[in-house]
Design a binder for this molecule. Structure first.
Ligand code: NDP
Ligand code: N5H
Length: 257
């Protein structure tokens, strides 16, 4: 337990279950003394979250519904946060979606609707929530999103999601410029493969983790807690000079040719 985030109000979006990256982040932020506000889309995630919080002795300041596909839902979530919490200091965006059928085969087969859906949920959502959150970040703040190496390189099966993550990473840079003048920083963590609900059942996940143990400098896969601690760094004053950055938490895999 440290006091790095004592008294800071931080919104965490994207806990679906105990395997979620956002849950690893929750534990790190809680251990650093943050007050946490959560948003979920599905009722199922809400129930899992309530149970996890109880089991871990973590008290949420607030839990609100937010479907990032809807401007009304985003607006009502952040207006409830404003009414019940007031000022916020951080936002964790850990949300993505693409049609499963488009996460295999050829990228060239991506449908118009599938392309737009991946962009909307996985990239535009950061723009929309940054706009809503910045109104509540009157004391400055930090926004952190989650990305993957498939934004930078062609990685088999990642396809439409790779293009959405490229858009997300570019958004991190443009948003960082916009909100820097208000003392708000925007960064991304690029995590190595982690077995989560989203990763479940997608083609070729297992081979991605075995390549890491073979080729990454550290010869091991990463976990949610390591992403949690990197996100804690971005949330805290330790990273006060950093914005618009993409930090790889991937056992060094991205440096290998
Ligand atoms: P999870 O399945 O645990 O989390 C995905 C979350 O996205 C869920 O909580 C889901 O909420 C949420 N979500 C999907 N659509 C919407 C929507 N319309 N509105 C609001 N929330 C939505 O998987 P991960 O923890 O793996 O994923 C979190 C982030 O990490 C994603 O951005 C992913 O791309 C990224 N990432 C994951 C890696 C991995 O290997 N797992 C590697 C690198 C990056 P609900 O369940 O309520 O629908
Ligand atoms: C190269 C790979 C493996 C292949 C690609 C995987 C891409 C996964 C990302 C998206 C977010 C997965 C996704 O949208 C799954 C949905 O179609 C179906 N799942 C669901 O609806 C569940 C129930 C809910 C909770 O999921 C969501 N998202 O709402 C990449 C991997 C090595 C790394 C990886 C898994 C990256 C990543 O971005 O998640």
């Amino acid at each position: 337990m440290s006091d790095l985030l004592k008294g800071k109000n931080i919104v965490v979006m994207g806990v679906a279950n105990q395997r979620s990256i956002a849950w690893g982040i929750t534990k790190s932020l809680h251990n650093a003394g943050a007050n946490l506000i959560f948003t979920n889309r599905q009722e199922r995630s809400y129930k899992k979250l309530v149970k996890l919080l109880e089991e871990n002795g973590i008290e949420a300041k607030l839990i609100v519904t937010c479907d990032v596909a809807s401007d009304e839902s985003i607006q009502s979530a952040f207006s409830e946060i404003k009414d019940k919490v007031g000022v916020i200091h951080g936002l964790v965006h850990s949300v993505a979606f693409a049609n499963k059928e488009e996460l295999k085969g050829e990228y060239a087969d991506t449908s118009r609707d599938g392309f737009l859906l991946a962009q909307e949920i996985s990239a535009y959502s950061l723009v929309a929530v940054t706009k809503a959150a910045k109104e509540l970040m009157t004391e400055g703040g930090s926004i952190v999103t989650q990305t993957y190496l498939g934004a930078e390189r062609v990685i088999k099966n990642y396809n439409v999601m790779g293009v959405a993550k490229a858009s997300l990473e570019a958004s991190v840079r443009y948003l960082a410029e916009d909100v820097g003048k208000y003392g708000i920083r925007v960064n991304a963590v690029s995590a190595g493969p982690i077995r989560t609900l989203s990763a479940k059942g997608v083609s070729g996940f297992n081979e991605k983790t075995s390549v890491i143990t073979e080729k990454a400098p550290l010869r091991r896969n990463i976990d949610q807690d390591q992403v949690g601690d990197a996100t804690l760094f971005f949330m805290s004053e330790l990273s006060r000079g950093i914005t618009g950055e993409v930090l790889h938490v991937d056992s060094g895999y991205h440096i290998i040719g």
